[in-house]
Design a protein around this ligand. Structure first.
Ligand code: PLP
Length: 388
């Protein structure tokens, strides 16, 4: 059976060039990058070369890049590295759980957290961030691109608010990296998280940009790796792969591949909306990363549609977390003001570099028929009433 994967915001396949770059660092060039002998120097050079590539992707100095085990660790390092009891933090209602649950934990430790809302398009108003400022505000952590809707925030405007107030600014750019250009100096952030496996590098790799001079308490204690910011022997093959993926991402922007990706996403979105009634795009009208569309299909359960499509060979997802058998509507979509039933009826389609127009056409053939079949089973759906 043909299988098409359109869930690249969950994870992406490692690109062949990335795998090739990593391969020698498992058995051939296996040295510990902290060793001073030949074997260590060889891997040290590879790690520093990868750091330069990641720095180029972000527009920062190589020394400002700290390698981590992923986006979650980068977010945790930024937040717990800075914030202390008695501080105040500003974040948003639509952050990834790596940030939201970190903030929840901070609240249990005596830190006050303000959650700024989003509008119906998933956008944060920078004035709301400004209004939330207090004298003890230590950190503002606002994501660059949302993992469910793909909506890109006005991080530069938020950066200005932070600079005016002299407050640290962290941005979770895990879903932005390699999809939209990131220039940390223009954003004006002090900290910014990215993750390898969302950009065709291996899982278990990430990085935190730490602006020069930012004092961060480490999460781990051990050796003085990563300028004492992240103890532990470096994952050299992972770092090399991450560096290669960053290098390819920079080249892809030069070749306009982001625009080609957006065209493919629009083709998918338009073809589905033309064929399916009572459907629409969540976050339409807002700036979005080029690979993501989040579509509601009223009168169906998103989970049921994910399963129906999976049986036909298409992998997509809902943003909703399934806990104890009950499907909770997505916190992102409900924060945007969607009714719980519409939030539960929403699916995320996310493209990767490996996807082709053929993959998109495969999806556009399957989705309308599967929606139709599920709606026929729905007691809430009355085709005549919807069409009239
Ligand atoms: N932040 C965002 C916006 C994400 O989408 C994800 C992963 O889905 C993470 C953080 C966590 O990254 P990782 O899976 O590398 O820990």
């Amino acid at each position: 059976m043909r299988r098409v994967y359109l869930d690249n915001n969950a994870t992406t396949p490692v690109l062949p060039e990335v795998l090739e770059a990593m391969r020698p660092y498992y058995a051939e060039h296996f040295g510990n990058a902290s060793s001073i002998h030949h074997h260590g120097q060889e891997t040290r050079a590879a790690v520093e070369c990868a750091r330069e590539s990641v720095a180029k992707l972000l527009g920062c100095r190589p020394a400002e890049v700290v390698f981590t085990s992923g986006g979650t660790e980068a977010d945790n390092l930024a937040i717990f590295g800075l914030v202390r009891p008695g501080d105040h933090v500003i974040t948003s209602t639509i952050e990834h759980h790596a940030v939201l649950n970190s903030c929840k934990h901070l609240q249990e430790r005596g830190v006050e957290v303000t959650y700024v809302p989003v509008d119906g398009s998933c956008l944060i108003n920078p004035d709301d961030v400004r209004r939330a400022l207090r004298t003890n505000t230590k950190l503002i952590t606002i994501m660059m691109a949302n993992n469910e809707t793909g909506v890109v925030q006005s991080v530069e405007e938020i950066g200005k608010v932070c600079a005016e107030a002299d407050v640290y600014f962290h941005s979770d750019a895990v879903q932005a990296a390699s999809k939209v250009p990131i220039r940390v100096k223009e954003i004006g952030c002090d900290l910014l998280s990215i993750s390898g496996h969302k950009m065709h590098a291996p899982q278990g790799m990430g990085a935190l940009y730490v602006r020069k001079g930012t004092v961060l308490e480490p999460l781990f204690f051990g050796g003085s790796h990563e300028r004492s910011r992240r103890a532990g022997t470096e994952n050299v093959p992972g770092i090399v792969g991450f560096g290669k993926a960053a290098e390819l991402a920079v080249k892809a922007f030069d070749k306009g591949e982001d625009r080609a990706m957006a065209a493919l996403r629009d083709r998918l979105e338009n073809a589905i909306l033309e064929q399916v009634e009572s459907a629409g795009v969540n976050g339409a009208g807002a700036p979005r990363v080029p690979n993501t569309t989040n579509i509601y299909f009223d009168y169906i359960e998103g989970e049921a549609l994910v399963i129906a499509l999976d049986l036909k060979g298409l992998s997509v997802s809902t943003g909703a977390a399934c806990s104890s058998g009950a499907i909770e509507p997505s916190h992102v979509l409900t924060a945007m003001g969607l009714r719980p039933d519409r939030a539960r009826a929403s699916l995320r389609f996310s493209l990767g570099k490996q996807n082709t127009a053929d993959d998109v056409d495969f999806a556009t053939q399957l989705v309308p028929a599967s929606v139709e079949r599920l709606r026929e089973l729905s007691p809430l759906y009355n085709k005549a009433a919807v069409s009239s």
